[in-house]
Design a protein around this ligand. Structure first.
Ligand code: NDP
Ligand code: 2IT
Length: 447
């Protein structure tokens, strides 16, 4: 089996040698899915995984725009249409200076499995740009988004490819992108999700990724007779996912100890309560400030510059910032300090070494493609509401989100339970995600 996995990865590396994040994501899937394929005849000899690692289409384009001083800038835009076997391509757009083909291919690949897990009919895609919205005026962001959509519009559509937000793309950017799509195509349609409430957006979509991560973690905890009540929770990030993970964990009676951004983390020994969280939301979403300002406002908090929060003693850890933000040493510290559950709100925040430590320590560990799937699942619910031209209540969307997270949890347990009773959620998520897409690809023939 080792040799089979190595041969497959050698081929992937030959074709994508300069794409470390993509190779990392594929390696994890190959290690769990190739043994499954070997045991299940229908998938043998079909090169099914090799077909899944090759994007159906990779689009790269120039985005030229003018800043407030009249200077011209050029950024690179992308859309990776990875797999459409079970539905239109679906996945976020990331605006961040680190964006490149490797990062977007890893995200698009993960998205295929994640979307399959949601039980909804969505293929996988991802896109974005190396544009950095930080420090830009609203007008500059608008001009960039309009220029980006001027090209992207010809590749997407409500039945073709439906983008959404990710790092650096929130309600403001989705508004500008939607406006330009509507103008060019003269069509008011559900071509993007994460839209504003008054123009086709769904209730609960802003909250969905963070809430879903906590719902998933709660399901995991319940398998061991535990829950969030009274637990110490460490969270990284302070953006969309981190904010609503914190809110839901608070609702369930937990104490939130940390939040972070790319400059460091804050540790509030009294806990981040509802009022303090409202301050964070205003600071990050309206004032576009830095998390260090939290420690200036609240004396119970300290800012640790350039550090990540994983050495803070906790029961539950929710990495909600970015890929590879939690390494093997961090994982060792978490396990040693008694952490019992790690659920990823971000995509691939734990390195392979970290995941190894969590599995060795036999603690509950959920990979992002399972635990952060609530965001895209609720995007799927937004698409349904757009097609039906109706709007469901908060309670209805939240209930559907809860049900989907429970379904995903059940699928992970079905395919991930080891002989000793320990659930390997990585294996479970990869195999469950694979089976649905692979079956559809087999049915549709070699295309
Ligand atoms: P936001 O842009 O709202 O927030 C991102 C947060 O992560 C910020 O606090 C940011 O800090 C921090 N961050 C970004 N890059 C780094 C870095 N290199 N090192 C440390 N911190 C960093 O994005 P989201 O909250 O939407 O996304 C967070 C994660 O969740 C991403 O991995 C994304 O792919 C994933 N995700 C998002 C979904 C969604 O619906 N939005 C759905 C599923 C997954 P700073 O401000 O300093 O950059
Ligand atoms: O990584 C993700 O799942 C997202 N950024 C959300 C994608 C979506 O289409 O809502």
């Amino acid at each position: 089996m080792e040799a089979k996995i190595k041969a497959f990865m050698d081929e992937v590396k030959t074709r994508n040698g300069h794409e470390p994040e993509f190779i990392q994501a594929v390696q994890e899937v190959a290690e769990t899915v190739i043994p499954y394929i070997a045991k299940h005849k229908i998938y043998n000899g079909k090169n099914i995984l090799l077909r899944m690692v090759e994007p159906e289409r990779l689009i790269s384009f120039r985005v030229a725009w003018v800043d407030d001083d009249g200077d011209i800038h050029v950024n690179r835009g992308y859309r990776i249409q990875m797999n459409s076997a079970i539905g239109p391509y679906k996945g976020g757009l990331r605006f961040h200076p680190t964006v490149n083909a490797s990062i977007l291919k890893f995200l698009a690949f993960e998205q295929v499995f994640k979307n399959s897990l949601t039980t909804l009919p969505m293929g996988g895609g991802k896109g974005g740009s190396d544009f950095d919205p930080k420090g830009k005026s609203d007008d500059e962001v608008m001009r960039f988004c309009h220029a980006f959509m001027l090209e992207l519009n010809r590749h997407i559509g409500p039945n073709t490819d439906v983008p959404a937000g990710d790092i650096g793309v929130g309600a403001r950017e989705i508004g500008f992108l939607f406006g330009m799509y509507k103008k060019i195509r003269n069509e008011f349609t559900g071509v993007l999700t994460g839209k504003g409430r008054s123009w086709g957006g769904s209730l609960i979509r802003p909250e969905a990724t963070g809430y879903g991560t906590v719902y998933f973690a709660q399901s995991m905890m319940q398998t061991n007779g535990m829950d969030f009540k009274g637990k110490d929770v460490v969270i990284s990030g302070s953006g969309n996912v981190a904010q609503y993970a914190a809110e839901k964990a608070l609702h369930l009676g937990a104490k939130i100890l940390t939040l972070s951004d790319s400059q460091g983390y804050i540790h509030d020994t009294d806990g981040i309560d509802e009022e303090k969280l409202a301050y964070v939301m205003d600071l990050k979403n309206n004032k576009r400030g830095r998390i260090s300002e939290y420690a200036d406002k609240y004396s119970s908090a300290t800012f640790y510059k350039g550090e990540t929060p994983w050495t803070v003693k906790c029961d539950i850890a929710l990495p909600c910032a970015t890929q590879n933000e939690l390494d093997g040493e961090d994982a060792k510290a978490l396990v040693k300090n008694g952490c019992v559950c790690v659920a990823e709100g971000a995509n691939m925040p734990s390195t392979p070494e970290a995941i190894h430590e969590f599995h060795e320590g036999k603690i509950l560990f959920a990979p992002g493609k399972a635990s952060n799937a609530g965001g895209v699942a609720t995007s799927g619910l937004e698409m349904s509401q757009n097609s039906l031209r109706i709007s469901w209540s908060r309670e209805e969307v939240d209930q559907r989100l809860k049900d989907i997270m429970e379904d995903i949890h059940d699928s992970c347990v079905k395919y991930g339970k080891d002989d000793d009773g320990y659930c390997n959620y990585v294996k479970g998520a990869n195999i469950a995600g694979f089976v649905k897409v692979a079956d559809a690809m087999l049915a549709q023939g070699v295309i």
